[in-house]
Write a new protein. Structure first.
Lengths: 83, 350
């Protein structure tokens, strides 16, 4: 199970990132859950300086940008394969 | 050269070719705006060159394509530059400086970053976490909303490069001066306590695996441009429409009495009026530009515009996430006073 966290307080790009993640993983066999982290006190514990932030299994993968779907799928597969 | 490297270089060359071609088309279009407007007004619509209506329509048909072209081109360049800014590195640079140089660097940084809840709040907390003094952090926080890329490009198009640069310089100076003043006021107790309590989990958080390719940079810049221009184009057209009406129908010197340099109270009045007006920076600049032609003073007009752009309710809602109401009140007062001072200065000098 990959735990994917979307860091951001509901800005437009945060919603887009969540959508991209869902679409990237649709049809794959990866078992995942999406957690939205909207509180700045929590967001900032990840040490990012701009949102949206993308975290998988507690590792920060991107901040302040929306990665390509292909890249998201690649990351998720890597984390999925580690278990 | 590895295969992936080869693909990267080839794709980048193709991207440069496409962007270069679009640039050439842009330059040709930009240089034919007046002939186009003249043809559309006097030949296509058959309006008389001497009529007030003809003058207003010609003004509108020249300014709308000009500003939309300028916005697309310049916003693309600005957002392209933004893809090169590494926030972590900027923070590390500012961290090493004291008051003064630190304020200046933070203010310049604020000028190039857009103000939004997505970056300004995390940056504020990130600066505080790094132990950067509050005054320097405020220099960033003040200049960021004052300097708006859309406002900058519209000033460039409607007032010329001197006024656009004046706007840029005064935005940075206001940030530095107001940051230095706020830094002396010991305002730490008015920052929301959680900001100081936040502990990073340690370690370098984001380690970008490699630099973005040019294809990605161009793609990001194109996407941001589409989003920004998509948000403001309607305001631009409406604003230029009203401006064209003023240009064609309002008599010269109609505004000298109320907005001229002689009316001392007009600067604070326009700043106060500008605070509740929001998000119409794109629409308001063409209107104030037309007012300038009717006797309004440049300082008064610029102060009004900066107040519209820099102080707004949505901005205060964003700031409220990290600042207590008292500090927001101090923040707004200091920025408003700085803008008023800038307005007087321009009226005096220009």
């Amino acid at each position: 199970m990959v735990t994917i966290k979307i860091l951001g307080s509901g800005c437009a790009n945060c919603k887009r990132l969540e959508q991209e993640v869902r679409e990237a993983l649709t049809g794959s066999s990866i078992d995942y859950e999406i957690v939205k982290v909207t509180d700045y006190a929590d967001i900032m514990t990840y040490g990012i300086l701009s949102t949206p932030g993308l975290v998988m299994n507690e590792q920060v993968l991107a901040a302040g940008r929306i990665p390509k779907r292909q890249q998201i799928l690649e990351w998720a597969s890597q984390f999925d394969g580690r278990q | 050269m590895r295969a992936s490297e080869f693909v990267r270089v080839r794709d980048d060359r193709l991207a440069f070719l496409v962007v270069g071609l679009l640039g050439v088309i842009w330059i040709i279009a930009y240089n034919n705006l007046q002939p186009f407007a003249d043809w559309a007004t006097y030949t296509l619509l058959g309006l008389s060159r001497e009529s007030q209506l003809g003058e207003a329509v010609n003004f509108f048909l020249y300014d709308v394509p000009k500003i939309l072209l300028l916005l697309s081109g310049m916003i693309f360049l600005i957002t392209l530059v933004q893809t090169f800014i590494n926030t972590e590195r900027v923070r590390a640079l500012v961290e090493k400086r004291g008051a003064g140089v630190g304020n200046l660097m933070a203010s310049i940084f604020g000028a190039i970053t857009p103000f939004c809840s997505c970056s300004s709040v995390p940056l504020f907390i990130g600066f505080v976490q790094a132990g950067i003094p509050l005054g320097i952090t405020f220099s960033f926080l003040i200049t960021s909303p004052i300097m708006n890329e859309v406002a900058f490009v519209m000033l460039l198009g409607l007032f010329g490069w001197k006024v656009a640069l004046l706007y840029l310089a005064s935005g940075i100076i206001i940030g530095v001066v107001a940051g230095l003043i706020l830094g002396q006021m010991k305002l730490e107790r008015y920052v929301e306590p959680f900001v100081y309590a936040v502990k990073s989990r340690g370690g370098q958080a984001v380690t970008p695996d490699d630099r973005p390719t040019w294809v990605e940079r161009f793609g990001q810049a194109a996407e941001s441009t589409r989003e920004i221009v998509g948000r403001v184009w309607l305001f631009v057209i409406i604003g230029i429409g009203i401006g064209a009406f003023i240009h064609g129908f309002v008599p010269e010197d109609a505004l000298t009495g109320i907005m001229g340099a002689g009316a001392w109270w007009s600067v604070p009045a326009s700043v106060l009026l500008g605070i509740p007006l929001y998000s119409n920076a794109a629409g308001i600049i063409p209107i104030v530009s037309a007012m300038l032609g009717k006797g309004a003073a440049l300082g008064t007009v610029l102060a009004f515009m900066m107040s519209v752009v820099a102080l707004s309710l949505p901005e205060m809602i964003i700031l409220r996430k990290v600042l207590k109401p008292q500090l927001i009140a101090i923040f707004v007062s200091v920025v408003a006073l700085s803008i008023i001072a800038t307005g007087y200065l321009f009226n005096l000098v220009v």
